[in-house]
Write a protein that binds this ligand. Structure first.
Ligand code: ADP
Ligand code: ADP
Length: 230
């Protein structure tokens, strides 16, 4: 079965119905792109799947459990151990070096500085930004910062990485480099990726695509897997 599922999700913000029966599956190790126009409900779907936003109706299931029915504390504990996050920008702590930023989740888990920073350095190298280790986020380029953010999202070996417009603040060359390295690192560590993007060139790095429109989702591009119509 699926590792993570959204089933018939509904979510309103006041009069705005952000999700109107959206559903999707994410299997272990796969990269799925969620596409659709601005305001269609993509981020809300991602936030519900990650347990950040509680749906008004429907269910989020993760690894055989109903995530949307868990108490807040249990959901946030699960987010720390099982999920990684990459956002458009502003996710690195400006006062820390890139190395300290990548080491931070491990330090918060109680790992000592030496081993945490050794592992952080390996991940920065893997994302081809080893030279940013001693610099602060404000001293590196946007693309370098995003690659350090990807390193930080993956260093805890999450089972699911949530990436909401991870290339949104980058030019296309840097965006593609971030995607190439994110997907390669996720595949290597066995993490699934839920990617929200409105850019087809970014979605092209996924294994399959879901389109969200007016709070409803549908699978695209799997014609061969659908039953033949007669
Ligand atoms: P997308 O990611 O596709 O741009 P969103 O999920 O961010 O779409 O938003 C879907 C709709 O819900 C939009 O109309 C947006 O303005 C609204 N919305 C999302 N989050 C909130 C919120 N926290 N409060 C009020 N409205 C929100
Ligand atoms: P995107 O289009 O990339 O999803 P948005 O600018 O729509 O980004 O939303 C950014 C953040 O603001 C999200 O966390 C979303 O939930 C929240 N948000 C979106 N629309 C509203 C709104 N009308 N009121 C309050 N928060 C909102």
């Amino acid at each position: 079965g699926a590792l993570l599922s959204a089933v018939d999700l509904r979510k309103s913000f006041g009069p705005t119905q952000a999700l109107d029966g959206a559903g999707m599956d994410l299997h272990a190790g796969e990269v799925v792109a969620v596409m659709g126009p601005s305001g269609s409900g993509k981020s809300t779907l991602l936030h519900c799947l990650a347990g950040i936003v509680q749906p008004d109706g429907g269910e989020v299931r993760y690894a055989g459990r109903v995530l949307s029915a868990m108490p807040d504390r249990e959901r946030s504990a699960l987010r720390r151990t099982d999920f990684g996050f990459v956002f458009q920008f502003g996710q690195l702590v400006p006062e820390l070096t890139c190395l300290e930023n990548v080491a931070l989740p491990m330090r918060l888990d109680g790992l000592r500085r030496g081993p945490a920073e050794k592992l952080a350095r390996e991940w920065l190298d893997r994302l081809e930004v080893g030279d940013t280790a001693d610099k602060r986020p404000g001293e590196v380029s946007g693309g370098q910062g995003q690659r350090a953010a990807v390193a930080r999202a993956l260093v805890t070996e999450p089972r699911v990485v949530f990436a909401d417009e991870p290339t949104g603040a980058l030019d296309s060359l840097n965006g593609e480099r971030v995607m190439r390295l994110l997907v390669a690192a996720a595949k290597e560590s066995g993490a699934a990726v839920l990617l929200v993007t409105h850019e087809p060139r970014v979605a092209a790095y996924s294994d399959r695509e879901i389109v969200v429109r007016d709070g409803k989702s549908r699978q695209v591009g799997l014609a061969a897997a659908e039953p033949a119509r007669s």
